[in-house]
Write a protein that binds this ligand. Structure first.
Ligand code: SF4
Ligand code: SF4
Length: 506
């Protein structure tokens, strides 16, 4: 049932909102920011930080806006003198024991205490007593560090582990000014979503082990993207550092943060997706190579000419039945379209294998993670590359290779050699032509005739279709490494060459 809409006044302006909506949310919808720490739409409104206090006409004292509901005729002031005074004194209480170590704190530049002090605080401190000291630099899990002194006891992190992951590793202990956040006895913050606690922490109490002390946040650029580590397609923001040299040589991505999408990932990311980005700088293919009959680097034009002419020769001699194509769902929708135009329409290829290798399926859960660890099998299915078109299984491919039925094997990002282990060299020595295409070297990349470097999705614009059929765009955050180019442009380059040759032959 849709809530009845009522009129109320915010800072003297008459507005409409659903009856019963929290004032803090109604104000946000109207573009008015009310400072807050403990309130979070997914985690509830305990009202313990007292920072979102506002003046309500007729009320004897300031009210917390995360627990006050909109009703007909309500009159709220967020920026009146009494409201400002109440917010500033709440803020001062939060800072009584805070160490104020901003120059060495990683949260600096995106800290709720710093920001709110400048916007809503700006008081002269009346506190003269010594600060309460608590424990610092605690490694509480594989990804998260805790500084108890910086904590404002908002309980967002503890509520996240209670309500969202239901793992309850964190709790608030002690009483009064000696209260502190800590691990529950015998626990570690090692659930599959632990990095979200860092996003939720409004101050520098929880920081990211991987990101701390790497770069100041104001040097980072942000690019909207999609996580490609499973078929959920969580919305992410890629933070890149191109303005300051890195201490970690070769690292181009600073961190990955979630983008709120209520339909896909809400506010969250799993740790696998959040911390998996180092692969974009590891074991990458940068050069176009011909490895067999002898090893040499090639310009793209030469490689495409040579490969197109070998494909044409074998197709004319042996037909398309002996060409097998193995592809992963890492291709974008744009790549899939070019894939179809090349392999199906131009080459007449009929033997495809899209299934992941059995050891590539991962863990699935009720929150976000999906078993299929590639982003876009659905984009291929939409073009007809579903299981009906996949005429090969891994067992059948192996058997056909051994029987010499396959003259050409074109592998796109499925590292068959790693899966085949000790048998890989023998199996891949059977076809006359083996092509390895993708962003990473993989083991297959060492055994192929041609090695074609493709861009990773963070280096191009494109679209993925997630497991629910939702088409989502991603943008280029970084320049391609070396000679890498998008998969679609490689397929298109080959298709044009084969098409031109076919026309000339007619
Ligand atoms: S560690 Fe951060 S999120 Fe957790 S209670 Fe303290 S301030 Fe809140
Ligand atoms: S659930 Fe999947 S898409 Fe989302 S962050 Fe994790 S790996 Fe990435």
């Amino acid at each position: 049932m849709t809530a009845k809409r009522v009129t109320f006044k915010l800072n003297g302006v008459t507005l409409e909102a659903p009856e019963g909506q929290l004032v803090i949310e109604a104000a946000k919808a109207a573009g008015v920011e009310i400072p807050h720490y403990c309130y979070h739409p997914a985690l509830g409104n305990p009202g313990n930080c007292r920072l979102c206090v506002v003046e309500v006409a007729g009320a004897p004292k300031p009210m917390v806006s995360c627990r006050t509901q909109v009703r007909e005729g309500l009159e709220v002031y967020t920026d009146s003198e009494p409201a400002r005074r109440a917010q500033a004194s709440s803020l001062e209480l939060h800072l009584v024991n805070h160490p104020l170590d901003c120059p060495v704190c990683d949260q600096s530049g995106e800290c709720g205490l710093q920001d709110y002090y400048m916007k809503f605080g700006r008081y002269d401190s009346q506190v003269r007593e010594a600060k309460e000291h608590k424990r610092k630099r605690l490694e509480i899990g594989p990804h998260v560090m805790l500084d108890q002194e910086r904590c404002v006891l908002c309980t967002r992190c503890t509520r996240f582990t209670e309500k969202i992951t239901k793992t309850s590793e964190l709790g608030i202990f002690g009483r009064g000014h000696k209260e502190f956040v800590d691990l529950a006895p015998g626990q570690r913050l090692d659930n599959a979503y632990s990095g979200n606690t860092v996003d939720l922490c409004p101050v520098g109490a929880l920081t990211d082990k991987d990101f701390r002390f790497k770069v100041r946040v104001w040097y980072l650029d942000q690019t909207p993207s999609i996580c490609a580590d499973c078929s959920r397609g969580c919305n992410v923001s890629l933070h890149t550092n191109t303005k300051r040299p890195w201490h970690d040589e070769g690292r181009r991505l600073a961190r990955v943060k979630p983008r709120h999408n209520p339909e896909v990932n809400q506010w969250w990311l799993c740790d696998e997706g959040r911390y998996g980005f180092k692969k974009f700088d590891e074991d990458r293919l940068g050069r176009v190579m011909r490895l067999i009959p002898y090893r040499r680097e090639l310009a793209w034009e030469t490689a495409l000419d040579e490969l197109a002419s070998e494909l044409r020769r074998e197709l004319e001699a042996l037909g398309p039945e002996g060409l097998a194509v193995v592809a992963s769902g890492a291709l974008s929708n744009e790549d899939w379209a070019a894939f179809k135009a090349f392999f199906v329409d131009a080459l007449g290829c009929k033997r495809f294998l899209f299934a992941p290798q059995p050891d590539q399926l991962g863990i699935e859960d009720d929150l976000l993670r999906r078993k299929e660890k590639v982003p876009n099998l659905e984009g291929g299915k939409a073009l007809g590359f579903g299981s009906a078109v996949a005429s090969l299984s891994w067992e059948r491919l192996e058997a056909d290779l051994e029987a010499g039925k396959i003259w050409g094997l074109y592998l796109i990002e499925r590292d068959a050699a790693r899966f085949w282990g000790a048998k890989a060299s023998a199996l891949l020595s059977k076809p006359r032509l083996v092509v390895w295409q993708g962003p990473w070297k993989g083991r297959t990349g060492e055994l192929a005739h041609f090695r074609l470097p493709a861009t990773a999705h963070i280096e191009e614009d494109g679209h993925f279709t997630n497991f629910e059929g939702r088409i989502q765009a991603y943008q280029k955050a970084l320049e391609p490494l070396g000679q890498a180019r998008p998969d679609w442009s490689i397929f298109e380059g080959l298709r044009q060459r084969l098409g031109a040759a076919q026309k000339a032959a007619r």
